[in-house]
Design a protein around this ligand. Structure first.
Ligand code: 1GP
Length: 256
């Protein structure tokens, strides 16, 4: 089923409108921290909250989503690493197939387990080609998934991977350097993927300055994801919101 969330994303992509997603990791956020971010998101536009992480050790995820949904209209998308992390309170799910890796469990196995639960829920499904990229050190995502990330300096492998994902029917692409990456994905790789597929492109991992966000947007990212830096400094949410949404006002969308 194609969904209103996907339609909105796709429309934004066609219009060259960029979006900001704030990644909330249930392990790293308490209620006061969440409240602060929700207040900031009232004055500084946040387009999506992604909720999840490669390793969720706490039982806070359900409470966190309930808290957000009771106080904010920003769509909540699950960013799960495991079928156990489903939660029907969210608006939608990035149904990730880890196409950079060769571990069948994360390509299709978890999805088989999740399928009946997803069907019974009202979650909007966003089929997403998920590509982990080597950004200098082993990330939790790559360790937990038991996969080798894409080489940092091989944009053409990323482009062909995304192309194959799109041909298989995946509707979004996500290039991820992993949470707390030492450096973000290169603009060259973002550009290569952008040129290879039509699908809206999500980029995250190690974006901790406005300049890095701007470079990713300019290279063709449609959605920027920021987690760690906002956890460290909630005020960074305002900088990111300004960077992403000013980009929309100052750039000719036909460039992309
Ligand atoms: C990781 O793309 C996200 O999956 C966000 O990364 O925490 O480094 O911002 P950061």
């Amino acid at each position: 089923r194609l969904t209103s969330l996907y339609d909105a994303l796709s429309k934004r992509r066609t219009n060259g409108q960029k979006s900001l997603a704030v990644l909330l990791d249930p392990d790293n956020l308490d209620e006061a921290g969440c409240q602060r971010l929700l207040e900031l998101s009232e004055t500084h536009t946040v387009d999506y909250f992604f909720v999840g992480g490669s390793l969720v050790t706490s039982a806070h995820q359900a409470a966190l989503i309930r808290f957000i949904k009771s106080r904010s209209a920003v769509p909540v998308l699950l960013f799960p690493s495991h079928s156990l992390h489903l939660d029907a309170q969210a608006d939608g799910i990035l149904l990730l197939s880890l196409i950079s890796g060769r571990n069948p469990d994360f390509l299709i196995g978890q999805h088989v387990i999740a399928a009946p639960l997803l069907r019974a829920s009202n979650l909007q499904i966003l089929p997403t080609g998920y590509m982990l990229v080597d950004t200098g050190r082993q990330t939790t995502a790559s360790y937990i998934s038991g996969t080798t990330p894409l080489p940092y300096d091989k944009p053409s492998i990323a482009a062909c991977t995304a192309m194959a994902g799109e041909q298989l029917g995946l509707r979004l692409m996500y290039l991820d350097g992993g949470s707390g990456a030492m450096y973000p994905i290169s603009p060259a790789m973002i550009r290569a993927v952008r040129q290879a597929v039509e699908a809206p492109l999500i980029v995250g991992g190690g974006i901790n300055t406005a300049e890095k966000a701007y470079a990713a947007l300019q290279a063709g990212a449609d959605i920027i994801v920021v987690g760690n830096q906002i956890e460290k400094d909630p005020g960074f949410l305002a900088d990111m919101s300004r960077t992403v949404h000013q980009f929309n006002q100052t750039t000719d969308s036909t460039d992309f």
